[in-house]
Structures are given as structure tokens and as C-alpha cells.
Design a protein around this ligand. Structure first.
Ligand code: RIB
Ligand code: CA
Length: 306
């Protein structure tokens, strides 16, 4: 069983990802670290605490960055609701962990408690940990990142995926650390779509009932605003990969992230030219290129319905 920290910005799909991680019983979750992203870090932290209490999961939460390493915080309230949780209000305990997210990550790596981080939000907390204790961060075996759009259009802009756009400086820096990185990009997350007709497939578990409420809210944006046939589950697929690598086929790629572009801020650019360029490329991540969408969606529904 992998011992992990989930670094996230719940956020509806982050919340669905946490549900999958908890209900799968395949991951030893040492903690949740929160960041700004889909909403403010205060709200992502409240949402993580409320969700874990609802799930009856005794998992510590450490609050992280409230803004990117440079620039202003982007907002996505139009997707996830004003409180970042489909405007559903659940009771929650107070923050249990005094450490910052980066200290919580560092301490759990130093003690050997974790070897993997699943990252489903901006990468600010991760680069703060690397800057603070680079030696200890070398103990991180795998960093699984939801982020990037290689051949797929962007989301928050024509070319940039949201997590990388929120803090491209962190994304570019993390992509050039030595830790093994796996990237779950929009190129595959947009291929595993949950349709309204799938909602009736969920069982009547306590988790499924909340998941369906969150998904119905989420689908309003993807169907009514974007005109899609349903919603993707980017963060849940990232957790799904951590649970079972077979859901995703990856390829080694050399990726950089634009930090200074007027129109390309946060864009992820892979070396795809081939020939002499392929020989000169320095692969820095295993990037998802194919997803077993039907198998993953089936697993997601079955697991949350338990
Ligand atoms: O691009 C998708 C990512 O942006 C997901 O992590 C979602 O939660 C949003 O933060
Ligand atoms: Ca997220």
C-alpha cells in the first residue's frame, strides 16, 4: 500500500478524488495539504476538513499557500461555487495540524512516513518544500501531478491548464527537480467523462449521495456553459492512477512551462519535433497519453458506492 500525501485545492473534483482515495482503501493517506486554487486556501482547507469529517476519515489536514510564488491568485468560483464545494455547507472540525503544508510534507518525508505525493492543485506547496529542504525532498519517490495540456487545448486560457496557470513558476521549477514525476494531463482527463445518465449508476451509500450532489452542480458548468456531454474527473483520475497505474498509459517527455508569456502564461510545452531534437531532449516526466476511460469511470462509481 502506498503511503501518500494528497496536495489539493477542494474544489469539487478534488473532493471526489479524496472520496476515491479514502473509499478505495488502497492508499495509506498520511495527510491532506491544502492550497489556493479553485477557491481561497481558507475555503479549500474548510472543505477538506468538512469532507473528511463527513467520510469519518481521521486524516490530518495542513493548510498551505494562499497565493502563487509570483503574481495574483486566480479564481474559479464560477465552476466550484462561492465556497468551492457546490455551496454545500457541512460541519467541520477545526484545523488539527499547526504545521504549514510544506513543513507537513517535509516532516513526513523525513520520518519516512510517505514516499509519494498526489498533487491535484497548483504546485506552490511542493516548490516551497523543495526550496526549504531540498535534501529531504530527495526522499520523495514519486510525484503524481494533475496538470498540463500537451496537444489538448487549455482550460482557463486557450493554451493553459488551470493548475499550471495558477502558479507556472512553481510548475516549471517542480518539473525540473530530480524526483520521478508522472503527469496526468488534460489530454487524457478530457477523455474520461461522467454523463448525467451515469448518476443513476451510483449506489445509495453516504459517500455516493454527496458525490451525486457535487457532480450535479459541477455538470451545470461543463454541460450548460462549455456544451460538453458531461464532466471530466481530472483529480479523481490522478488518484485512480496512484491506486492502479494500469488506468493510464504514459510516455517519457521533456516538458517546460511558460512563465512570461502574454498569451501563453502557464502553457505546458513538450519537445515533440523528433529527429535531432529528440536526441537532445531531456525527458523530465512520464506523461499520460492514453486512459482506460470506461474501466476508470466504472471503478470510480463502484468505489464511491461502497
Ligand atoms: O485542470 C483541472 C484542474 O484544475 C483540477 O485540479 C481542478 O480541480 C482544477 O483545479
Ligand atoms: Ca484541483
Amino acid at each position: 500500500m502506498k503511503s501518500v500525501i494528497i496536495n489539493c485545492d477542494p474544489g469539487i473534483d478534488d473532493s471526489l478524488a479524496i472520496m476515491l482515495a479514502v473509499k478505495s482503501k488502497k492508499l495509506d493517506i498520511a495527510g491532506i495539504t491544502t492550497t489556493f486554487g479553485n477557491t481561497s486556501v481558507e475555503k479549500t482547507t474548510d472543505n477538506a476538513l468538512a469532507l473528511l469529517e463527513y467520510l469519518g476519515a481521521n486524516i490530518p489536514v495542513a493548510e498551505g499557500a494562499g497565493k502563487p510564488t509570483e503574481g495574483k491568485r486566480v479564481k474559479a468560483d464560477y465552476v466550484h461555487g462561492e465556497n468551492g464545494f457546490a455551496d454545500i455547507v457541512l460541519p467541520h472540525r477545526s484545523l488539527s495540524v499547526p504545521e504549514s503544508a510544506e513543513d507537513f510534507i517535509i516532516n513526513n518525508l523525513e520520518s519516512g512516513r510517505i514516499d509519494t505525493i498526489i498533487n491535484t492543485g497548483p504546485l506552490t506547496n511542493i516548490i516551497l518544500a523543495f526550496k526549504k529542504k531540498p535534501e529531504i525532498m530527495k526522499k520523495l519517490k514519486t510525484l503524481i501531478i494533475m496538470g498540463a495540456a500537451i496537444t489538448e487545448p487549455g482550460s482557463i486560457t486557450r493554451v493553459a491548464e488551470f493548475n499550471f496557470f495558477c502558479d507556472p513558476y512553481a510548475a516549471e521549477a517542480v518539473l525540473h527537480t530530480d524526483v520521478k514525476k508522472v503527469i496526468i494531463p488534460r489530454d487524457i482527463t478530457q477523455r474520461a467523462i461522467l454523463k448525467p445518465s451515469d448518476l443513476s449508476r451510483f449506489g445509495d451509500s453516504k459517500t455516493a449521495r454527496l458525490a451525486v450532489r457535487l457532480i450535479k452542480y459541477y455538470q451545470k458548468f461543463y454541460i450548460n456553459v462549455l456544451g460538453l456531454e458531461g464532466n471530466p474527473l481530472p483529480d479523481a483520475l490522478t488518484v485512480g492512477y496512484a491506486i492502479n497505474n494500469d488506468f493510464v498509459e504514459t510516455r517519457e517527455m521533456d516538458i517546460v512551462v511558460e512563465t512570461d508569456g502574454v498569451h501563453t502564461h502557464g502553457m505546458s510545452i513538450a519537445e515533440r519535433r523528433g529527429g535531432i531534437h529528440e536526441k537532445e531532449a531531456k525527458p523530465n516526466a512520464s506523461v499520460g497519453i492514453k486512459v482506460k476511460a470506461e474501466e476508470f469511470i466504472d471503478y470510480f462509481i463502484e468505489t464511491l458506492s461502497r
